[in-house]
Structure formats: C-alpha cells, structure tokens
Write a protein of this length. Structure first.
Length: 540
C-alpha cells in the first residue's frame, strides 16, 4: 500500500461570505495535499443535497446525510488505494460512518465521527460508539469530537476531568486506541478550532483528532493540523507507511494554459520561430524542421511552467507562513491576541484573495473542457458512479502471445509486455505488399460497390490544404487536447496560430505529396483502461 495520506475536516465553517466556494475549497485542499482517504464532518448535506462533492472523486464514497441543518459525515476513498470494500454502515442521524476495507492481506476499519455539542448527548454517543464500530487490528477513527483530550495543551485553560472525557478515555483504554498527535507532540499545544463568533472569538481548542489502534500507530509517519484560514476548523492530516511503495515513472508534461495569458510568452514564441527560420536548411524536410522547433518550444514551456508554478506556490506558502506566525504569536497571551488581531485579519484577507483567484481559474478551465461545474447532483449519480470507479492499479500482466514467459509484476516488465502486444496488433499482416500497390486490383470487394465519388469530389479531396481549412479545423477541435507527447494543447496553437499557420500549411501539403511527418509527431500516449475479465490479460 505504501504511504497513505488520510485527512479529516469539519467543513461546517468552510466558505466565504456567501458560502458558494465551500465545495471547491474542499476539493482544492484534497488535491493539493494528495489525500488518499478523506473523513468529512458536518457536511450539512441532506438526501436531496448529497451531490455537493459531485463526480470529481475517483473511488468509493460513503455518506451519512445530515438531519435538518446539523450533522452529516462522509468517507471518500481514492482508487489509488488498492483496497476492496468489505462492508460499511452509516448513522441515520449523520453522526458517524464507517467502512471496512481489505488492503493487501489486512482488514482496515475507517470511521468518520461528529460528536454532539450537548455534553449529555456526547456521553451517550461515545458510550454507544463501541457497539457501532467493528473491531480490527487496524482501525482509524477521526473527526470532530467536540471535546479536548488534554486540557491545558488542547485548550487555553486546564479543566477538571469531565464525564465525557472520562468516557472517551475508558473506551480508548479498552480498545487500545491511541491519540497519535499527542504522542508525537507531547508538549506542543494543538488547536484545531478557533472561535469566530463574538462570544467565542478567543476560544482555541483541539476538538479534531485521530484515534488509531496500536498496529496503525507504530506506522504513523506524520500527523498534524493544516493551515486553512477560511475555516473555523482546521483540517488534520495523518500519513501512514504500510507495505511496499510501488514506484511509478515520471508523468508527461502538459502545458499550463494559464501561461498563454502572458503576452511575454507569446512574444517569445514569435521571436523564436522567426529565428528558427534560419535553421530550415539544416533539415531534410519541412516536417522534421517543424517537429524539432515544436520540441524546443515544448522544453522551454516546461521550464516556464515550473517557474510559474514555483512563484504561485511561493506566494501562497509565504501567505500561509505569515498567517501561522501571527496565530502563534496571538496564542501566546490574551493581550498578544488583541495586539496581533489586525495583522491576522490582514493575512486572512490576502489568503482569501489567493484562494478566490485560484478557484475562479479552476472554474474557467472546467468550463473550457465542458466539465460540469455545478456542485450539486443527485444521490443516484454517486451510486451509479461507485461501481465503475472501483479501479485498482495494475499488479501484473501475462505476455500477450508467449504463454511460457513468467507474469510481469513490475512497471518496466509490464510496459515491455504491453508494447509487444500493441506492436503485434498494429503491424500489417500483409508485409509482402508494397505500400504503393493498388489493393483494388487484388480484391473482389470493390466489384460489389456501386457508388463512387464524383469527379468534383475527387478534385476537392486532391486540392492542396489551405490556411483557411486549417483554421476552421482548429476551431472545431476540443480544447484541453494535446495531439502528441510534447504537451502542447490546442490552446497553444490557437494563441500562436498566426506565427505557425504558414509553415504548417507547407508541411501538410508536403506530406500529401509523399513526405513523412516528423518523428515525434507520430508518437502518442497509450493509456490502458480495464474493461472486464482477468486483469492480468492485456486484451482486457
């Protein structure tokens, strides 16, 4: 299973002044933190509103809907976790939800809980919880407990042993559950909830935490709260190391189209392409010259993308660091909080602007790709998407036609087997036939065809390609598509069309007259999609 990241977040206060960014911000945080399993509390999603987190999640989803305007919990399991759902259960009142997973040779139990605010109801909730959850050597219970475990460290002031805390400690002792945050940070104060209402503005408590069994606690790498100034609750993230890590190769470059909004980038492409004209005589054909030029642009764009991403991340990291420093200073003393309140508000405002700018950009990209951006779909949508999204990474491949070879289990061997399969099916069976042969002279199939192209249609097809024809074709191609492994999508060609169109027209007409495309132009990326049957069979 490797390293697994598990997050937990009470999202009740997540959102800006009008609350429209709640779902988008949660999605943003999950993807930025590369969370594999997400425990969510206080979603406030009823049966009718269970579509708030939509079709974006790639894996099983488990929901316990809210009752009225309170409660609601969820568990999201990404399909990169090689797990099989054994059983699961939900609370009718939206207070808890658990799922039992088979991961490798082990059974894991994950639970998301949201304890009641009322102390008496909270005591009853904790007393009944052991009878609701299944026992397992590997159990993780995370959520908002609405109480602190260690007064003085988890809260501003030490408090007496209250009955709800005693009930929780008794259950932890009986089941062997451990608070891994407090074990790894024995003297550090931890706060996951900051009061926002006037009467609770100075309250800081650690209400959100994980309780895990001993077998899990021994493998915990890191655990801690994350900065999220737009929420009154802070998310917490737990990283567990278990089993062997499956290494993966590098991904393919894909141009961030946001770069094309910079006029300097387009000016650089224009200047480079003009200078590149001087190298045309060094190449055998127009196609090879265009191919080499686009590869150089691709490598430069990759560098530009990395620089732009670094600057964006640095701006956000600096803002987050400033906010964390202000919160740490304000937590040192009640007077310090008053002194630093104005600067904290300014840091939160800057953070808010960065987040809103990022989410607006996401919306624009999704609209361009014709992806539905609405956060609300029906519950039936989740149920329909559940089965088809239970995909697991490929673990082995049989050789496509040599049965005596062993099963390929690592990435390199599986790629060799897959390449052998596609090389076989994409090779012509008529190797003895010359490419210029008239196949109609050797087949009777053509004798039964009574319809032929008109002379005018033949002439239209034989006409040279024009710039207007290419321009119309470019407008019909969907955005977000990159026709090759250079990572340059249709948006790049649209932005730099006036610079490239003349040479592209010459190149395509040269190919029509017997020429060949450039070497990298004939390459593509094949993605294997599992259909049915044996997963070790490449044909499936």
């Amino acid at each position: 299973m490797g390293r697994v990241r598990i997050g937990s977040w009470n999202v009740q206060g997540l959102g800006d002044s009008d609350g429209t960014q709640k779902g988008r911000r949660l999605k943003s945080w999950i993807f930025e933190q590369s969370v594999d399993i997400m425990l969510i509390q206080e979603t406030k999603l009823s049966e009718r509103k269970l579509g708030q987190l939509g079709d974006w999640w790639q894996g099983p989803l488990l929901w316990s809907p809210a009752q009225g305007s309170r409660g609601g919990v969820a568990i999201l399991i990404h399909n990169r976790v090689e797990a099989r759902v054994i059983e699961c259960d939900n609370d009718l009142w939206g207070r808890w939800s658990w799922v039992k997973l088979s991961i490798g040779k082990e059974d894991w139990v994950l639970a998301s809980v949201y304890a009641p605010n009322d102390p008496l109801a909270r005591i009853e909730f904790i007393e009944l919880l052991p009878y609701k959850l299944p026992r397992s050597e590997h159990i993780i219970v995370g959520g908002d407990w609405n109480m602190v475990r260690c007064p003085g460290l988890d809260s501003e002031k030490p408090e007496g042993m209250k009955r709800d805390r005693r009930t929780l400690l008794l259950w932890m002792e009986k089941w062997g559950l451990r608070d891994v945050f407090r074990e790894m940070h024995p003297v550090d104060p931890g706060y996951t909830w900051f009061g926002t209402a006037p009467q609770t503005a100075h309250v800081r408590r650690r209400l959100d935490f994980f309780l895990v069994s001993g077998a899990v606690a021994d493998n915990v790498q890191t655990v801690g709260e994350q900065s999220a100034s737009m929420s009154d609750h802070k998310p917490i993230r737990l990283e567990i190391q278990s089993g062997e890590v499956s290494s993966r190769g590098p991904g393919c470059f894909r141009l961030n189209t946001q770069l094309l909004e910079d006029q300097g980038i387009k000016s650089w492409v224009q200047s480079f392409w003009s200078d590149w004209e001087d190298a045309k005589g060094e190449f055998e054909s127009m196609a090879k010259w265009v191919d080499a030029g686009l590869r150089i642009i691709s490598s430069k764009m990759q560098s530009f993308s990395m620089i732009a991403a670094y600057l964006r991340n640095k701006e956000e990291a600096d803002c987050r660091k400033a906010l964390e420093e202000v919160e740490a200073r304000s937590a040192s003393h009640p007077i310090s909080e008053i002194a630093w309140a104005e600067e904290r508000a300014e840091c939160k405002r800057r953070w808010e602007e960065l987040q809103v700018r990022k989410y607006n950009r996401w919306d624009q990209i999704l609209k361009e790709k014709k992806i539905v951006t609405g956060d609300r779909v029906t519950k039936e949508t989740f149920q329909r998407s559940l089965s088809r999204r239970r995909a697991v990474p490929m673990k082995g491949l049989c050789h496509p036609h040599l049965n005596g070879l062993p099963l390929a289990t690592d990435n390199q061997e599986m790629c060799v087997y897959a390449a052998a399969y596609f090389k076989d099916i994409m090779t012509s069976r008529s190797c003895h036939v010359d490419p210029d042969s008239d196949l109609s002279a050797h087949s009777k199939l053509w004798n039964s065809l009574g319809i032929a192209l008109s002379e005018q249609a033949k002439e239209e097809l034989d006409k040279p390609i024009t710039a207007e024809e290419l321009t119309m074709t470019l407008k019909t191609v969907a955005v977000g598509k990159a026709p090759g492994d250079d990572g340059l999508p249709m948006e790049f060609y649209r932005a730099c069309w006036e610079v490239l169109v003349g040479n592209l027209v010459v190149m395509f007409n040269e190919v029509l007259q017997g020429g060949r495309l450039g070497e990298s132009m004939t390459r593509g990326i094949i993605t294997l999609l599992y259909k049915k049957g044996d997963r070790c069979e490449i044909r499936n």
